[in-house]
Design a protein around this ligand. Structure first.
Ligand code: PMP
Length: 422
């Protein structure tokens, strides 16, 4: 595939022409949220200006058009994930709600005391806390797959944790904090061999490579629109039909019913059963536009571009004296996490000083406190890549970090010199 012209891609993002503190913006926080291209902004604007109405209920043309756009968005998602049918793709508020939906509905119906759920050390809080809540309510227990110092899941340890008591394995495809790409095919196959289901948190994967839920044989797969160049407040839960059919509904309300009386209610078939109330119609339209946009560039091409940037960022940052990269897995997505140890500089300070130079990165625990505990740090500084980033962005980041370290070192030396006797 031809090399991607990152400058031409970048030009499609109005926000990337803006400045921060008078400096041209270098946006390196795509793992938190990607920015939106003109095509997505226009699709959402066009929907609001010309097609907006409540869906599924109106006999008038406008409502029917809005309904068609919402259901077309579902078709786009189904094609994007290679789901067997669109009804297996549910719209949610995001990855967090998708996981909560499975934990509370499937979990409540299927977990008993002594049952086990397996997670990994690399999980985002959104793939930990919902399971803890349902474990607490049902008496199920949580087991955690350990990782090595590079940030890779230990597969042998995983195999040892699997047992006839395992009901479900929930892991991410890519770690948001370290960038580790997990061997999810293998993880799913092993879960199935043990008679368990597998949920994959694809929040950090879908924008960086091709997804095929049938090839993976994932039972559940979740992601968010706002990490895929789409809007916030929209996400997807994919589930195999036989599982979604068997699970109890999530929220009760309009649109999710077939017939309601005060004595009894029967539920609508998929996908409406899990989509109570008026959904985020504009969000679904925006997500579909975002999917069309990434597909027009090609996910393999996007992934290759980001790997080039990742190699460059890893090289430049690791050359800085006193900088330690956290997460050195063999397979990584476009995330570089680091700490400054010599001289020690708090990650929050690094983030604030980079901000003054117009550079957006994230500092903190990245919603992965158990992972930070395992790494022995309270937080890291994290630069994460999107398709619009360039080698120049990386050079500006590395130059600024080197500068911050130099200043701190000079200050330390000056302090030490002042303390010398005589
Ligand atoms: N899982 C992972 C790996 C993530 O990175 C995130 C977002 N940081 C989430 C889940 C949660 O996504 P959202 O906040 O969009 O629900």
């Amino acid at each position: 595939h031809a090399i991607l012209d990152a400058y031409a891609v970048r030009a499609q993002f109005p926000i990337l022409r803006s400045k921060a503190h008078g400096r041209p913006l270098v946006y390196l926080d795509s793992a938190a949220s990607t920015q939106q291209p003109e095509a997505v902004i226009a699709a959402v604007g066009d929907y609001h200006r010309q097609h907006h109405a409540n869906i599924h209920r109106g006999v008038y043309q406008l409502s029917q058009t809005a309904t068609r756009m919402y259901e077309d968005a579902r078709l786009t998602v189904a094609r994007f994930l290679n789901a067997a049918e669109p009804a297996e793709c549910l719209f949610t508020r995001g990855a967090t709600e998708s996981i909560n939906l499975v934990a509370s509905t499937w979990g409540a119906a299927n977990l008993k005391p002594g049952d086990e759920i397996i997670l990994s050390t690399l999980e985002h809080h959104s793939n930990i806390v919902p399971w803890q809540m349902v474990a607490h309510a049902t008496g199920a227990r949580i087991k955690v797959i350990p990782i090595d110092d590079a940030g890779e899941i230990l597969l042998d340890e995983y195999r040892r944790l699997l047992s006839p008591r395992t009901r479900l394995v929930a892991v991410n495809q890519v770690s948001n904090a370290l960038g580790t790409v997990n061997p999810v095919s293998e993880i799913i196959a092993e879960a199935h061999a043990a008679g368990a289901l597998a949920l994959i948190d694809g929040a950090q994967w879908v924008a960086h490579g091709v997804t095929d839920v049938q090839a993976l044989d994932a039972d559940f797969y979740v992601f968010s629109g706002h990490k895929l160049y789409g809007p916030t407040g929209i996400g997807v839960l994919y589930g195999k039909r036989h599982l979604l059919d068997a699970m109890p509904p999530y929220q009760g309300g309009g649109d999710m019913i077939e017939r309601v009386t005060f004595e009894e209610t029967t539920y609508a078939p998929l996908p409406s059963k899990y989509e109570a109330g008026t959904p985020n119609i504009a969000g679904a339209v925006g997500l579909a536009a975002a999917i069309a946009w990434v597909e027009s560039l090609g996910l393999a091409r996007i992934g290759a571009h980001e790997q080039t940037l990742l190699r460059h960022a890893t090289e430049r940052l690791s050359a800085i004296h006193g900088l330690e990269i956290k997460g050195t897995a063999r397979r990584k997505s476009g995330v570089v996490s680091w700490v400054l140890v010599d001289p020690p500089i708090a990650t929050l300070d690094v983030g604030a000083q980079l901000d003054l130079r117009g550079i957006c990165i994230r500092t903190g625990h990245h919603c992965c406190q158990p992972l930070m505990d395992r790494l022995g740090v309270a937080s890291t500084a994290r630069a994460s890549l999107g398709v619009y980033n360039t080698l120049e962005d990386i050079d500006r980041l590395a130059g600024a970090v080197a500068d911050i370290v130099d200043h701190a070192r000079q200050k330390t030396r000056a302090t030490v010199a002042n303390l010398e006797p005589g």
